[in-house]
Ligand binder design. Sequence first.
Ligand code: URA
Length: 258
Amino acid sequence: MKTVYHLNLTDELIQGAQFAFLPGDPFRVEAIARAFDPESRELAYKREYRTFIGRIKGIPVLVTSTGIGGPSAGIAIDELAQLGVRNFLRIGTTGAIHEDINVGDVIITTASVRLDGTSAHYAPIEYPAVSAYEMVHALVQAGISTGIKTHTGITASCDTFYPGQERYDSYSGYVPRRFQGITEEWRKLHVLNYEMESSTVLTLCSALGLKGGCVTGVVVNRSLSEEVTPEGLKTGEENAIKVGIRAMEMLVRNKSGH
Ligand code: URA
């Protein structure tokens, strides 16, 4: 029996699961799992890593929280891969940086700007953080079939919520020079949004020969406001989960031949 340390899981416990949702927040794990399988159940909860297992069309699917940022997401992916998981779909929240992207819309990341540190421990910085084509395709189809507005494109994926995302409402209020004006530069380069895990998820998955994807719900539009409201958070989270689950249903169906 294979055991992994941080996730507190074994290969027996995950029942041959090859698909996993990766939310950041342990509290979101149960909501995602119950939304695709009301009989899903908890397998483990250690530190930021909480795992549920459920079934889609009879196929086991995991939901494992990664915590915030690259280092903890990297451990989750590596340990799940050690147990046999091969397909990883991050479901998270994001801040949009274009005026025409609304709170509640969903962003499908095709590739990420690697502003994290963890991905460079798996592949050199020239290596792309790119989503698996199958993931992007399924997510786009899921957006159409759920009727939820999606935007497809490049994400800036950052180790910090405050300076790296050019937030001046931090404790010190200071943003180091290398990040001053960076949001406008990303906007000019057609980067859609900021979040904190996709560069790690996508780089590791490509580098390790796994399939990775990322779908995030917009909880704030940084062009218009810095405030994340409870309603914005709720709609962003719910819409990303709906699109993510519909996409996973397609991915599982394609893989299983059902
Ligand atoms: N997550 C982020 O990393 N940034 C945001 O602005 C919102 C969610």
